[in-house]
Design a protein around this ligand. Structure first.
Ligand code: KMH
Ligand code: ZN
Length: 281
């Protein structure tokens, strides 16, 4: 049976805090496990089904401590069945040991970087052996992986890994990080062209180009889109967002206005093959 290119609902990920964005940029950025979990639960109520998680200390300093992630996951799971997807990118300057510590915190999904870049001017290095360490640890723990592709070469490396039977459930194409692929239609098309046949891909676009790049991705049939303070602190030009939930509600309306339905948690698990990944904390 044939199927329309966009017949699947689109998966919405919320990235509530990232590692670098601060309350100076938007006072609503969550820091503590309670604040992060509260924002994820509120975002899930508006349609987000995956949470791309980083962690902070109370003063906002990025941390990748296992226990902090464990607390965030437990608090989220008390109120929603949304999928916890942990960053192994961490913050600029973290070692790979620090970055992968969170894999033992009990999440069912994690990101994996497949290359390096100057992340807004700072070296953000993931060597081939770093990538392999994440893949091996995730395989041992039964964690599903999303490739975080900040540039065309990262797509090529993720495709090479997929061909070697590494099961990447989602290829997240990240646009607009200074030093990475620009937020342009040409860059997005080049990255899509580099994907292995038939895989699911999603788009993250940071800053002021986010809305139109997500619109383009939706029209091109993306499987997923991401919003949240990690990527953009504004709901519209010059207007700071009041919460992650507001950003999610806005992008859900955007998707629907372009004829795309939004996936439920159950649909997201089915689309990404995550029915069996839930790991007890
Ligand atoms: N904070 C960035 C240096 C990821 O989470 O996978 C890395 C990052 C990517 O945010
Ligand atoms: Zn991140």
């Amino acid at each position: 049976m044939s199927r329309d290119w966009d017949s699947d609902p689109v998966v919405v990920t919320v990235a509530p805090c990232g590692a670098e964005v601060t309350r100076e940029q938007n006072p609503a950025v969550p820091y503590t496990p309670q604040e992060i979990a509260r924002d994820v639960v509120a975002a899930a109520a508006k349609g987000a089904t995956i949470a791309h998680l980083h962690a902070r200390k109370a003063d906002g300093t990025p941390t990748h401590e296992r226990e902090t992630f464990r607390q965030i996951i437990q608090l989220i799971r008390a109120d929603t069945d949304a999928i916890c997807n942990l960053s192994t990118g961490g913050a600029v300057g973290m070692t790979i040991d620090e970055r992968i510590e969170c894999l033992d915190a009990g999440a069912e999904m994690a990101g994996v970087e497949t290359g390096s870049l100057n992340f807004a001017g700072a070296p953000f290095v993931t060597s081939g052996s770093d990538t392999q360490r994440v893949i091996d640890r995730a395989a041992t723990l039964g964690i599903a992986l999303e490739a975080e592709c900040f540039d065309l070469g990262h797509v090529a490396e993720a495709a090479r890994l997929q061909a070697k039977a590494v099961n990447l459930r989602l290829f997240n194409l990240v646009l607009g990080v200074p030093g990475g692929a620009p937020a342009t239609p040409e860059a997005l098309q080049a990255m899509i062209a580099g994907l292995p046949h038939g895989v699911r891909w999603s788009v993250t676009a940071v800053g002021r180009h986010q809305k139109r790049m997500l619109s383009l991705a939706l029209l091109l049939g993306t499987a997923g889109i991401r919003v949240g303070f990690e990527d953009n602190v504004y709901i519209a030009r010059g207007r700071p967002a009041s919460s992650n939930a507001e950003l999610v509600a806005d992008v859900v309306a955007q998707a629907r206005s372009l004829g795309r339905e939004v996936a439920t948690i159950g649909e997201t698990r089915r689309l990404l093959g995550l029915e069996h990944e839930r790991i007890a904390v």
